[in-house]
Design a protein around this ligand. Sequence first.
Ligand SMILES: [Zn+2]
Ligand SMILES: [Zn+2]
Length: 87
Amino acid sequence: MIDTHDETKPTRVWCCGECGEPHRWQDAAVECCTNPPYEAWACGRCGEPHTEHDNARLCCVDERGEPLPPSAAELEARGQQRLPLPA
Ligand SMILES: [Zn+2]
Ligand SMILES: [Zn+2]
């Protein structure tokens, strides 16, 4: 299987039916809490789960379908310095 990782592509996840935590595997979601899990799509960028594939696909893209520039928090997570705010 060729794994062409596209960071904007939503991934299939199973969300816990109780706490809503997304899990890669159905078994893990079943074991999470007592309520049965439901299938969802996780945004390829931020990992936020959406029940509609389109919503996950459009989560972190702008209206032209271009990926949004990384947020300040994302840049910080990558170890870059946040730009100083203008005085
Ligand atoms: Zn749970
Ligand atoms: Zn997102």
